[in-house]
Design a protein around this ligand. Structure first.
Ligand SMILES: [Zn+2]
Length: 491
């Protein structure tokens, strides 16, 4: 007998979507696709309505202020008007969200994430969709993917077309590295000629930036950086050992990841004796820094205009990597980065012990020096599905910045308006202002009073589409169920 399969999605107590089909149709589509089919239909339904928030407290993030009792009008994917609720008239046919007692902030921006390469595993395409949904469910409406691959550009187009719920993705091209340090899926760049080709390729493919890695030789690095800037691409990544921090600052590298390079700069013996950890960060004797040298480097960082994306939440996990390796390898959602790290000998027990003991301490020192110097910082997590989760980790990173001495406003700005500035898109998003993209989070509490309130969400607006937190969590749960059933782990 041909039984029918049926499901429905509910929004604020109403059934807003019913899907039913024959078991034959279910088999031919495949269970994995069903949640995404629902997402697709839900997204299309949402496209037809304009949106308003009434009596809401707006935290615009253009300065440290809260505007109370505001009405925010959204048409299409843009904010069109903001003003006191007693002055703004809501057009008929607009879907109104009651905002009394709640706070509207810009969507969060995670400036260091990784999506999985579908070429490496057949399940990675659905894994990427799951991660994209988890990012939105955590209020992350913009990400910077830090190692590009061709399928990502198609994925980005599908997200932007509303076919997949996910954040807008900015992305570097593939990683560029020299010699034997290259990861299996990165590009080996040893010469100026190859560097030239790499930049041309990234530009032609449509990536936003060039990724530089720890092992690049000086000639290849300088060629990559100069050609990228000349073609309008940004340069993001690690500090190559052969170039050093000062060389990278002189080249106006646009962002430095994981505070890489800061330790080398203050302790020259590290250059000769230090061991390279998975993140390319040497950690030996990090307590023996010279504060005056570090202070002058922080001032130079500020003067160069180079941003830091410290990924403190990643640095906190490094010490746990050794113990967690086998467990993580077997866990649902593990990626092939782990086996590759093992093969490349990147896991070193002594280095990992040092990281656990030294790195969080040193990171706090560097962050306080950068803060004191007024150097620019953005929020990034290095979420890659192994140790750092997509979405939820951004709330920990915001908390980490506050713990490192940043004010709650400064931390939230690093995760919103400052990220837009790093991406040179400050006219497009990052603040709650008329004309900006309608990427917003409705919160139960004021994050300027307690940064942990970014974890208390009522809903998220993505490109003008409202998703209640309840609906997002239902979708995430259904993704989890489907994904785990077809997991490639030790079943
Ligand atoms: Zn990374």
């Amino acid at each position: 007998m041909d039984e029918n399969w049926a499901t429905s999605l509910h929004c604020e107590g109403r059934t807003i979507l019913k899907v039913s089909m024959s078991s034959h149709a279910v088999q031919s589509i495949g269970w994995t696709c069903l949640p995404f089919l629902c997402v697709l239909l839900l997204t299309q339904i949402a496209q037809s309505e304009n949106l308003s928030f009434q009596h809401v407290s707006v935290i615009p993030m253009d300065s440290e202020r809260v505007l109370t009792d505001q009405t925010v009008l959204i048409a299409g994917n843009r904010i069109v008007e903001i003003g006191p609720s007693n002055r703004i008239k809501i057009p008929s046919g607009t879907r109104n969200i009651e905002g009394r007692g709640s706070f509207l902030i810009p969507g969060l921006c995670d400036m260091h994430v990784h999506f999985a390469l579908p070429a490496l595993h057949p399940r990675y395409e659905s894994l990427n969709r799951k991660w994209a949904l988890e990012l939105i469910a955590n209020g992350v409406t913009t990400v910077r993917n830090m190692r590009g691959f061709p399928e990502l550009l198609d994925f980005r187009r599908e997200v932007d077309a509303g076919l997949i719920i996910g954040p807008h993705i900015y992305s570097t091209g593939p990683g560029n590295n020299s010699g034997g340090c290259a990861w299996p899926f990165d590009r080996r760049v040893d010469t100026v000629a190859v560097a030239h080709k790499a930049v041309s390729r990234d530009k032609a493919d449509g990536f936003d930036a060039v990724k530089v890695f720890t092992g690049l030789n000086a000639a290849a690095y300088h060629s990559l950086a100069a050609e990228a800037h000349a073609s309008g691409l940004a340069v993001y990544g690690h500090v190559p050992d052969a170039v050093g921090l000062e060389g990278v600052l002189d080249a106006h590298q646009d962002s430095i990841e994981h505070l890489s390079g800061y330790l080398y700069a203050i302790n020259s013996t590290e250059c000769e004796n230090g061991q390279i950890s998975p993140g390319g960060i040497s950690t030996r004797d990090s307590r023996s820094y010279d504060a005056s040298i570090l202070r002058s480097i922080a001032r130079k960082t500020q003067a160069s205009g180079t941003w830091n994306c410290p990924t403190l939440v990643l640095l906190q996990t490094l010490g746990k990597r050794w113990q967690g390796l086998l467990h993580a390898w077997q866990a649902p959602g593990a990626t092939p980065f782990l086996p590759w790290l093992w093969v490349l000998g990147k896991f070193n027990a002594a280095a990992l012990r040092d990281e656990r003991d030294e790195l969080p301490h040193f990171a706090r020192v560097v962050m306080s020096m950068l803060h004191e110097a007024g150097a620019r910082v953005v929020v990034g997590t290095d979420a890659d599905g192994t140790y750092v989760a997509h979405g939820s980790s951004i709330h920990q990173e915001l908390y980490n910045l506050v713990s490192a001495g940043y004010s709650r406003y400064e931390a939230l700005r690093a995760g919103t308006a400052d990220a837009a500035e790093l991406l040179r898109k400050q006219d497009e998003f990052g603040t709650v202002e008329a004309g900006k993209l309608a990427n917003l989070i409705l919160l139960q509490g004021n994050p300027l009073a307690d940064i942990r309130n970014t974890g208390q969400r009522i809903g998220v607006v993505v490109q003008g589409h409202w998703h209640s937190q309840r609906d997002l969590e239902i979708l995430v749960d259904s993704c989890d169920q489907v994904h785990n059933r077809r997991s490639w782990s030790c079943e």
